[in-house]
Design a protein around this ligand. Structure first.
Ligand code: BTN
Length: 277
């Protein structure tokens, strides 16, 4: 296998040249082709367009130095200034049912958190389903968008955004208490291309585990990195608010919540608030 991953560099660079980005990682599946743009509306949008045009889009990665219309979950805006962060989307066609898509979401969150840990030494943690937190502030997120056929997944766009070297001043003052970057928390400039390659490598490993059918191994890796399970939480989705104890993750990657009535519910999507005990 022709893998090219840089080792963590203490005195890292912040360059993001097309030639380096597009050759940062070549896995068996992920990174067969890496498409680079200086500026783009959203890597998820471009990846989905690419997926429609290509016969075999599995593993293609679309990456940009900045996005003009970066999206977060629930249609929120994702701040995507140039020269500082990572914004990329991996196209996948997993042989899974649409109901099992949360497993890929968990795989992406786990890949991002564990690569951040290894590459920066920061204790990145996941808030369900896939918010990447460092020292109680959000430093990254995953947006998975899906095209389905009759009970099959035709295409998944797995979008990952990590605030790498963004200074706090780049953010509006009212969100600074909640959002951070890896440089802000570590005090060090982080090599974006090295981290990008590290996340793709971890994602390829997790995705292969999923393809081999070992869902529990994948869920256990996510559990190792998360700080949601075991806490009292509130989950909001578009129509519902549920509160209770976060008990675990089922085989579809859904969150299991024990309500205060004792009843158990599972949730596939939502925004979690962890309550202080
Ligand atoms: C979230 O936490 O709400 C998810 C954020 C996902 C942002 C990434 S950046 C790359 C890709 N392109 C987008 O427009 N969004 C995702």
């Amino acid at each position: 296998m022709d893998r090219k991953i840089r080792s963590p560099q203490p005195a890292a660079r912040n360059s993001f040249f097309a030639e380096e980005v597009t050759s940062a990682f070549k896995g068996d599946i992920i990174g067969r082709e890496i498409i680079f743009h200086e500026t783009i509306t959203s890597t998820n949008d471009r990846a989905i367009e690419t997926g429609r045009l290509r016969h075999d889009p599995d593993g293609i990665v679309v990456v940009a130095d900045s996005q003009t219309d970066g999206r977060g979950r629930f249609g929120r805006r994702w701040e995507s200034p140039p020269g500082v962060n990572l914004y990329f989307t991996v196209l996948l066609r997993p042989p899974l049912k649409p109901r099992e898509v949360s497993l890929v979401t968990l795989a992406a969150g786990a890949a991002a958190a564990s690569a951040v840990r290894e590459f920066t030494g920061l204790k990145a943690e996941i808030k369900w389903p896939n918010d990447i937190f460092v020292k109680n502030k959000k430093a990254g997120g995953v947006l998975v968008e899906m095209k389905t056929g009759r009970d099959i997944i035709n295409l998944l766009a797995v979008g990952i955004g990590i605030n790498v070297n963004m200074p706090p001043e780049a953010l509006a003052e009212d969100i600074r208490p909640f959002i951070t970057s890896l440089k802000t928390e570590s005090g060090k400039l982080i090599d974006r291309i090295g981290l990008f390659a590290g996340i793709l490598d971890k994602l390829e490993q997790s995705y292969k585990i999923l393809l081999n059918g070992d869902k529990r191994a994948l869920i256990n890796e996510w559990l190792r990195l998360n700080f949601t399970i075991g806490n009292r939480i509130i989950v909001k989705d578009r129509n519902n608010v549920i509160s209770g104890a976060a008990e675990g993750i089922n085989d579809n990657g859904e969150l299991i919540i024990r309500l205060y009535s004792g009843q158990v519910e599972t949730v596939r999507a939502g925004d979690v608030t962890i309550l202080k005990s």
